[in-house]
Design a binder for this molecule. Structure first.
Ligand code: PHB
Length: 393
């Protein structure tokens, strides 16, 4: 009797010990992955946020609705492209919603606020657009990865392109915030090295679109060409205003390719013939791009753009790394190692992660032809951001 009781007690104890192990293993594999999405859903970058989300969700659908064997719950915040609200929004996603991964954002200033929170909390963060150089430069950190570009990258080859076309004196015009200022710095570097001179840099506050006074100034400076950084709704207005001011046929306009991404239909005739440089082009002739474009337009009834590609690649990267750890987000060391060694089979062409956690990728020269960003050629093969000040790797 006593023995039996003792045996029952032992069985009970081992059952309890087992119970305390089993559910946690079951939990790790069956609980949904909590993904925080901080993107702009209003304002000049609203369309960019939606394109990124749709790209990410397409990658999720294509991996059977699961990342690392786990279904996904999304926690969405409209960050309004407002850096002043970024830390509070990111903190809320981490402390209230307890997200496993933080994804965002489009605007460089917002991403820098998120980065601070991700760094302090150790939360895994993926940047699907914002190019802030410091995120994978001086402020690089093991748990933050970028799937898009650094602001230095897309415009770096543009200066040589312009000098090769005979333009030696240029004006640069942009919004006055990190993405504009860093694009200008990179353009200047490349243009000067190729023998060009930036005669003047002109700024409008973000996200203003009152360009008239500056267009008048450009007309009076009469540079050989103009280069710029604008994106989203602001890019539509700028390209239309530039043409309406009668400048398009007199002073050729160039830009980082964001100028004509997702906005060609709205820009219409005013965008025809513009040359830009970017890490993607609609007409890239590879099977991956064709399959992606057809799946995306079928799912969302709109044509994809660079932002959709970046969202898609964020999903591909997450799927790759979480599959390696079988969905165990607690194993951050292994996730980071998987992401550091990642090669992403992207519609933009295969790219690999740099030591500073930024894509090493081809930059294409494109020209707007009949409402499409046509590839003219590769402006720079496998361009890697210099990652100034980053001590990783
Ligand atoms: C940025 O703020 O880093 C940014 C925003 C929109 C773009 C590119 C960069 O298209």
């Amino acid at each position: 009797m006593q023995n039996k009781k003792r045996r029952e007690l032992l069985i009970g104890a081992s059952a309890i010990a087992g119970a305390s192990m089993l559910p946690s293993i079951a939990f790790a594999q069956s609980a949904k992955l909590r993904v925080g999405l901080m993107l702009p859903y209003t304002g000049t970058y609203a369309q960019l946020g939606t394109a990124i989300e749709n790209g990410l969700k397409l990658a999720l659908d294509q991996s059977g609705g699961k990342f690392g064997g786990r279904e996904v719950d999304f926690f969405k915040v409209d960050d309004e492209s407002d850096p002043a609200k970024a830390t509070e929004n990111a903190n809320r996603l981490i402390t209230r919603d307890k997200v496993d991964v933080l994804i965002g954002s489009v605007h460089s200033g917002v991403a820098m606020g998120m980065l601070k929170v991700a760094k302090e909390s150790g939360t895994l963060m993926l940047i699907p657009n914002a190019g802030a150089d410091a995120a994978t430069g001086a402020l690089c950190t093991p748990n933050v990865f970028r799937t898009s570009f650094s602001n230095w990258q897309p415009v770096h080859p543009l200066g040589k392109v312009m000098v090769d076309k005979g333009h030696k004196k240029a004006v640069f015009i942009t919004w006055k915030y990190a993405a504009g200022e860093e694009s200008l710095a990179s353009f200047k570097e490349g243009f000067t090295a190729a023998g060009g001179t930036v005669e003047k840099a002109l700024f409008v506050p973000f996200p203003n679109v009152e360009f008239q006074a500056l267009l008048t100034e450009i007309a009076s400076i009469k540079p050989d060409a103009v280069a710029c950084f604008f994106a989203g709704g602001g890019a539509v207005k700028f390209v239309k205003d530039y043409a309406a001011a009668g400048l398009k046929d007199k002073i050729p306009l160039y830009g980082s390719g964001f100028l004509t991404e997702g906005v060609l239909a709205a820009q219409g005739e005013a965008a025809e013939g513009l040359f830009t440089t970017l890490h993607y082009a609609d007409s890239l002739d590879n099977a991956r791009n064709k399959a992606f474009r057809s799946a995306f337009s079928k799912a969302y009834k709109v044509e994809p753009d660079v932002y959709s590609v970046q969202g898609y690649d964020t999903g591909l990267l997450l799927a790759q790394a979480l599959d390696k750890v079988k969905g165990d987000v607690g194993n951050q060391k292994a996730i980071i190692a998987a992401m550091e060694g990642a090669v992403v089979d992207s519609p933009r062409g295969q790219w690999k992660m740099s030591k500073a956690h930024n894509p090493i990728q081809d930059i294409y020269l494109r020209r707007v032809e009949k409402g499409d960003n046509k590839v003219i050629g590769v402006a720079w093969k496998a361009l890697e951001d210099p990652a100034r000040g980053c001590k990783l790797g």
